[in-house]
Design a protein around this ligand. Structure first.
Ligand code: PLP
Length: 410
């Protein structure tokens, strides 16, 4: 018989983010395992009927059913909350289901949402299309102009939704300024922090009330699972989001939570390395004669460079987009496809946040199902190519893009 281990040592206060990413939320050990346990179970056995009744009534803490809570998911939630600097977090089955949970928990018919017109395509469709069907009004505004957000405020505005930097054009918004607009209007600010992650940017410290994550991206970091999360106060989770989760069930699976939990351990180091490579690639792209424009917050030529450096710990993130030169939209589409199809290292896939560099044509993939007018408003042209830089050697990545660029008919 092995000796039963002593409870895990409590962590000291005021640890750095890199330490928390590895160490936070591992105090549930039963057998002294050093890696976090994975609890693959749909339900939890109750000691007796009385306890089961108290737990179902919410009068006593305890796991009941994995649609509501699960210890592996709790570990992932606590670790992410500590990294984001929020009281609490709720894991969800995907990034989109985190936004669905957000909207279901906060909005009702007649409420109004102000959203950046440059956010992820599915976010636009969810807010304008799906929630529009249920009577939620929405206004889409310029990502970067705070005056547009302020001018869009109505008496029934409940939520401001921003994503910074945006996908794919890397527009950066001023989180602190937007939080002031939201709070002056009696509304809440939600920020999709998928591109920066808390390793670079902690929106709660700048006044955001709710932080959205696609765990599918950098939190996992190796393109293995679909996952999401919503970080906010414990009160909001208890009162607004847990009731929706219990009845609607956009639950994060324990296995996916475990993958994300382990992925977060290398988050800081990956974000720094991938951001450095992205800056080198963006700088190189800017010097290529076949490239009309490069979108990357780490470049001095980026319109919000100073704000991005202030808000994102001095790093631009790992996503670089660029427009290939072309005489017209038809040629632009052809040239963008040529550059993508000539790559041999980059993966042609719409995902991002992977250690493997990915390349995509936003106008026909991630933003292919919004209207042409919405695409134009978001500035996504046919010649746009998005590269989410991974951990390969930067010289191999430059050579991979050069294969298509060097033969382009501009
Ligand atoms: C910025 C952003 N938010 C949310 C999502 C949705 O995440 P998921 O695919 O995990 O639902 C994505 C997906 O690409 C994204 O890029």
């Amino acid at each position: 018989m092995t000796e039963k281990p002593k409870p895990a040592k409590p962590l000291p206060d005021h640890l750095h983010l890199d330490t928390l990413a590895v160490r936070a939320a591992v105090d549930k050990s039963q057998y002294g395992e050093n890696s976090e346990a994975l609890y693959l179970t749909s339900s939890f056995v109750q000691p007796d009927a009385e306890t089961a009744a108290r737990r179902f009534a919410g009068e006593e803490e305890g796991y009941i059913y994995s649609r509501f809570t699960n210890p592996t998911v709790t570990s992932m939630e606590q670790r992410l909350a500590q990294l984001e600097g929020t009281e609490a977090c709720m894991g969800t089955s995907s990034g989109m289901s985190a936004i669905l949970l957000l909207c279901m928990g906060l909005l009702k018919a007649g409420d109004h949402v102000i959203c950046s017109q440059s956010v992820f395509g599915s976010t636009i469709r969810l807010i304008a299309g799906e929630f529009g069907k249920f009577g939620v009004q929405s206004t889409f505004v310029s990502q970067t102009d705070v005056a547009h957000w302020r001018a869009a405020v109505q008496p029934n505005t409940r939520l401001l939704f921003a994503e910074t930097p945006t996908n794919p054009l890397t527009d950066v918004c001023d989180i602190e300024a937007l939080s002031k607009v939201a709070h002056a209007a009696g509304a809440l600010l939600a920020v999709d922090n998928c591109f920066c992650t808390p390793a670079l940017q902690q929106p709660a410290k700048l006044g955001a009330d709710l932080i959205i994550h696609s765990g599918t991206k950098y939190l996992d970091g190796q393109g293995r699972v679909i996952a999401g999360a919503l970080c906010t106060t414990q009160k909001m989770i208890d009162e607004k989001f847990m009731p929706v989760m219990r009845s609607a069930g956009m639950t994060l699976s324990a296995f996916n939570a475990w993958v994300v939990l382990k992925g977060m351990e290398t988050l800081s180091i990956r974000m720094k390395a991938q951001s450095e490579s992205a800056l080198a690639l963006a700088t190189w792209l800017q010097a290529q004669p076949q490239v009309a424009r490069v979108y990357y917050p780490g470049l001095e030529s980026h319109p919000q460079h100073a704000l991005a450096m202030r808000q994102q710990s001095g790093l631009g993130g790992a996503v670089v987009s660029f427009d290939v030169k072309a005489a017209d939209p038809v040629q632009a589409h052809k040239n963008a496809f040529h550059v993508i199809d000539c790559t041999q290292v980059c993966s042609i896939t719409a995902n991002l946040g992977d250690t493997k560099t990915t390349i995509t044509h936003p106008a026909s993939t991630s933003h292919g199902r919004i209207s042409e007018a919405q695409r134009q408003a978001a500035g996504i042209g046919q010649g746009l190519v998005r590269v989410a830089v991974g951990l390969e050697n930067i010289e191999d990545l430059k050579a991979d893009l050069d294969r298509g660029l060097c033969g382009l008919d501009t």
